[in-house]
Ligand binder design. Structure first.
Ligand SMILES: *Cc1c(COP(=O)(O)O)cnc(C)c1O
Length: 335
């Protein structure tokens, strides 16, 4: 397909791209499985880095075009998306309002500390965080005269997902340069913008690699199953391109067996992955997303899901600031 088409959507520079692809040979040798590489989106260059930078480049561009002066979004207390949004707002001289789950802690740490440094206005939602709660704040700010740009949880709509369509184009170029090709891309999947963008990108650029999301959240009754949510988002994203593309559920691989005790609960799988990757490669994983996905990949390698000659790309989606508020869970107790 014409590589110009993805560049035609309005975009603002927020990150430093391309992010590096590095081989992690010591870990691969230790696991005696396939060849392993990491895409270092944790070095994306905005705040402390991460996958949300790519989505925000397209989201902010829409906000700028609409003449907005205020960004509003929401998430968990330690949301990486909220931090990246707060940082992006600073870069563009906008006000940032964040609706966060929970109550104000006595000592802000990790991403929340950085939200405050970026001067974001925090609204605590207790355990009642949902999209309606955030929209209510949008209405209130509009009545107060603000020109608000609303960003959904995780920046995951078809505009945000364009960031990962573009990342596929970036990857294709890097592979060509390095004479590399990957059989599988593995990464943590939650609100779905990352996976939706990658599957659309793979189709647009005729890539053969399998896109494997590691589910981070347990399936909940009353909300769309994770894979179905991603399928719909992928179709909405694909509809923005001129090529006919339609995804069915079998195109969306989300491994749901690694969600442990649920979102944000740091277990042995995550702790072991953090230790192993730090000790063997000097690379830090975050406890909520990338450690869970890496722990899953390590188990999948142990189960011989990949051939030895295959090249696996682990997409490091960032989030390392969440190590600090999880110190007790990571090294407290028996260590
Ligand atoms: C948000 C996030 C993800 C998940 O990306 P989605 O696009 O929401 O699926 C993975 N890793 C980290 C570190 C994140 O912050």
């Amino acid at each position: 397909m014409d590589t110009i088409e993805t560049l035609n959507f309005p975009r603002q520079n927020l990150g430093i791209f391309p992010t590096p692809i590095v081989q992690i040979k010591k870990l691969a040798d230790y696991l005696s499985g396939p060849q392993l590489y990491i895409k270092r989106d944790d070095l994306s260059g905005l705040a402390l880095g991460g996958n949300k930078t790519r989505k925000l480049e397209f989201l902010i561009a829409e906000a700028v075009i609409a003449g907005c002066d205020t960004l509003v979004t929401g998430g968990a207390e330690q949301s990486n998306h909220c931090l990246q949004t707060a940082a992006a707002a600073s870069v563009f001289g906008m006000e940032c309002h964040l609706v966060l789950r929970g109550e104000s802690p006595t000592t802000p740490n990790g991403n929340l500390l950085l939200d405050i440094i970026y001067n974001a206005k925090i609204h605590w939602a207790g355990d009642g965080l949902n999209e309606e709660r955030v929209i209510k704040l949008v209405k209130k700010l509009e009545i107060a005269g603000k020109k608000v740009y609303f960003i959904p949880f995780g920046g995951s709509n078809s505009t945000g997902a364009l960031g990962f369509v573009r990342s596929t184009q970036e990857l294709v170029r890097q592979c060509k340069e390095k004479r590399l090709s990957f059989s599988h891309i593995v990464f943590p999947s939650s609100s779905g913008g990352t996976q939706a963008g990658l599957v659309v990108g793979a189709r647009l650029f005729n890539q053969k690699f399998k896109v494997i999301g590691i589910g981070i959240d347990k399936e909940q009754s009353g909300v769309l199953p994770v894979a179905e949510n991603i399928r719909q988002l992928a179709n909405q994203t694909a509809a923005r391109f001129s090529k006919e593309i339609e995804f069915s559920l079998k195109d969306i691989i989300v491994r749901g067996e690694y969600t442990g005790d649920g979102y944000g609960v740091v277990g042995e799988l995550e702790k072991e992955a953090i230790r192993l990757v730090a000790a063997r490669e000097g690379i830090l994983l975050d406890p909520i997303y990338t450690a869970r996905a890496m722990g899953a990949l390590i188990e999948m390698i142990g189960n011989k899901e990949f051939g030895k000659s295959e090249n696996i790309l682990f997409w490091h989606t960032g989030g390392t600031a969440a190590l600090f508020p999880n110190a007790q869970k990571l090294i407290g107790g028996k260590n």
